[in-house]
Design a protein around this ligand. Sequence first.
Ligand SMILES: [Zn+2]
Length: 431
Amino acid sequence: MVLGSDAASGPAASAVPPRGSGRHIRLTSHSGAADALPIRWGAATAAERGPVLGTTTTRAHRNVIGTHSGSYSVYRALAVAAGALSPAHRADLTNTAPTDVIGPYPQWAEPGAIVSLDPWGAMVADAFSAELAAGHDIRPTIAITKAHVILPEVAEAIGKGRLRPDGRVLLDNGAALVTKAAIEPVWFLPGVAARFGCSENELRRVLFEETGGMYPELVTRGDLEVFLPPIGGQTVYIFGQPRDLADPDVELTARVHDECNGSDVFGSDICTCRPYLTHAIEECILGAQRGGVGLVAYSRKEGRALGEVTKFLVYNARKRQVGGDTADQYFARTECVAGVQDMRFQELMPDVLHWLGVRKIHRLVSMSNMKYDAITGSGIEVVERVNIPDDLIPADARVEIDAKTAAGYFTPGPVPDADELKVAKGRGLTP
Ligand SMILES: [Zn+2]
């Protein structure tokens, strides 16, 4: 496809000229504009904190590095390039207000408690109405709505008598009632650097260099401390009353789940991701029906944040290795391809819990020691850990679960020994 000369005849042709055609490029690396509102990260009120302004409609107002919508910021640029979207478009936020108010909670102003999302991101229309009226194009980075979720596993649990519709949390047609929130990443760079034990300068330099120099302000604009990274965000699903999440006396059942498209959506049986997720949803429904509240926090960190290409390469490497797919080589095969065993880095994960005001998780539906350590290390109490029931583990996922429990994942059962880990339990590549 050739862009440019014949663009007028293309399907995307419109009245909007592609940005940048015949114009000079606006460098972002000069120092701060006088019109930009300050951000005082961690301030106790929205007014003191100030709005996050990542829109490009009025560049002098920008007070962050990067733009909104996480990884979708690149699609927005494509829409502008194709002439389908005016770069000057401002969102009409009529009727988009959150269905439920989250916070503010004390954690929002605790130093270092939240560094990877904007706790005020859902309430910008209220909190910054004066700035919006004055012409600042402030966008929400969090949206909160209601939904019914219908899962075949929940219908099966009803059929087997494990779940009972109550017309409040679970309807007769198998739909569970949820409040859900979508959250875009908003990074306070000094705080993110502190979580990873590196200097802010080092973090900025590496982010700049390892993205091929995508955001020069990382290294030229030390005055901009907030970065909207082009990565996936997260979604939370709440079963019961969202305000109960912040009450340590209300039983909280929670799972923090990292995306696994192959299993979560397509039912691939090489791992336990979907069975564990749906088990957590069942536990959340039961907890909410007991008068508690349930929470699933879902992070877009596909394949341990290595991406699906790496993940599928690892699957092949595991299944073709001498001796077959064994638990004792599970992490080694990932490390061979990716250089690390895992890039999810749970250090930032507890932020979403602090945004929700969580102080205590009564039932954590996770076996991951990394998630458990990150949550408890951030000051949240965990009372009980809930493992995936054995009968929900697909046969081909036995390799994964054995390797993980041997590596320190929580299990109430026996931990496999070295000989057990050498037994090939995974299927080969041929049927
Ligand atoms: Zn998986």
